[in-house]
Design a protein around this ligand. Sequence first.
Ligand code: ADP
Ligand code: MG
Length: 700
Amino acid sequence: MMITDFEDTNIEFLKGVGAQKAALLRTAIGVSTFGDLLNYFPFRYVDKGNYVRIRDIHNESVYYLIKGKAVSKTMLGERFKSRLVVRLEDESGGIDLVWFKGQKWIEQKITIGQEYVVFGKPTLFKNIYNIAHPELELYDSATPLSKETLYPLYNTTEIMKKRGLNSKAISKLLQTLLDSLTDPLLEILPKYIRDQYPMLSRTEAYRAIHFPRNEQELAKAQKRLKFDELYILQIRILKDKRTHTDAKSYVFSKIGQLFNQFYHDNLPFQLTSAQQRVLKEIRADLRTGLQMNRLLQGDVGSGKTLVALMSMLIAADNGFQSCFMAPTEILANQHYQSITQFLLGMDIQVALLTGSTKTKERNRIYEQLSNGEIQMIIGTHALIEDKVIFKCLGLCIIDEQHRFGVAHRARLWNKSELAPHILVMTATPIPRTLAMTLYGDLDISVIDELPPNRKPVQTLHRYESSRYQMFQFLKQEIQKGRQIYVVYPLIAESEKSDLKNLEEGYHIVCYEFPMPDYHVSIMHGKLPQVEKDLGMKMFKENKTQIMLSTTVIEVGVDVPNASVMVIENAERFGLSQLHQLRGRVGRGADQSYCILMSKDHLSNDARLRLDTMVKTNDGFQIAEVDLQLRGPGDIQGTEQSGSLNLKIANLTTDEPIVKAARQAASVTLDKDPLLNLPEHQIIIHTIAKRFGATVWSKIS
Ligand code: ADP
Ligand code: MG
């Protein structure tokens, strides 16, 4: 059904575009319809009244709008290397504008003595700022958009600029487009939602976002368009979730002998109140007869594994098998060991299945899974192979979500008659708003409390000049019986970078920490499995005191006696990665340390990251800063959820709108769960446009 004719019109039919420009718009910025152009928002607005004084230019990552007189123009260099340098001056100082391409044409355009408005990003060259390829226009005509005081700026590519499609040209196209509009744009939000949340109409909103008369109008337009965007996203997510919730699953009605025995006899400590609360939430899910789809978030060391284990005991008490999938063999081994330790003396069959399980053992496991003798199985991807058949799989635990994709979860589903209950655990501290959006299809439980008597890890930031003291400190710690991790960004030396690498680090460390007093393990992705296992085993048993590694040890490795984490070139790591690495220490009773080694000169972002690490141990706070620095697309754990395709809304700063949109979406779905009503057809149409033809998935 063609609902939004106007917006679906090919951009080629816009006056001033034509076939060639249309092709360019499509390939360069993905604009192929009128609607796409409307949704190509300015990345910034400049207040035309506010020119920056030339001497106040001080930041290479900021666009500046300046006004000045052209005082000279010079062609420098020979033929292919030639460049045009135009000197621009205002009352505060001067700056060079430089062109390496199209010099001739620009030179003709520029008149000495004329005033120009210039917009561009400065670069520092030999300690002096200049601006390469700025946008430039005569001061007189610098008011292209009549009354508006806010001047929109659109991202364009070099090729587009060369063919005359610069920011200003885009703005003109939008003017043409909006002028050609005879009827108002169709509303996406149903009338009952618009009545509940009074906002600009869509037409007004698009007009104002591209040509705002003032800040207030811009804010209103943004709010409206963000709301539309988030409403559509939430409808998509909630509809999925509701479909899910309808999936029938097994009823775990009782808490039985195994759980109770464990709780009273085997559990060596009190559960934290957060663990108790989460267990209650899980138990409630397991009783309903509908499938549980729950995400368990908890900072590293918060005791998620234990919660998982107790849920598995509930499954066993009710006659069901459960499986626990870890992303790596190291982790699967570790979980297996700690779980069997916890269950010592109890009458329950637990097994481990990974890629390295020997054929004979493997066949025994297959057999005992299918006849129901094995009640709990821990493993890696090996668990989802076709040969693995369960007698009655009732619960799947998936550890460290970000290494498993949607498809994996779906394959587990196939291993059971009804949908097994699913508990996904992640230590990636995703801010609430983001979690609500990304995992809108999952219910969320949070363990927001660490077990008592943990000493927070002390974090220090040190430079190369302190390396000697750092080594001395490590020696003291080893003297006390503690163990050390040192993490490098690279395995081997690389021509392309001067980063520290593990191979070189190994030589230095072996020199500083010689045998027989010291022993060193190494660990990285390219080592053969046997060597990985051996290195890890030696370190776990305290036969080696120092573990040199790449970030492969980032997730889950648990050696409570290790008390120092040294991270080389810490400036090169993302915040959540630094936090995960730090989480490898602070697991025992002793004071632990994280030492962030960095080079002397840091970018602003790198400094903020390291400062944040020094300042706080709170994973959620760190995730907030990370989200602000990188945007949601980069946050670990989000890649499998596909692109959210957000063009205007920001999940960090728009939390109130996210909530309102979610509320509105659920009103709509209450009214019309399958979106069959005529007034809801445009919603389906919009979703299809934004996310591609959607088959509502049965499993997320
Ligand atoms: P996570 O998987 O959340 O990173 P783990 O489940 O590995 O955390 O727990 C970290 C450590 O804390 C383990 O050694 C575990 O036995 C211990 N632990 C878990 N819960 C508690 C508790 N309530 N009190 C004391 N120690 C606990
Ligand atoms: Mg864990």
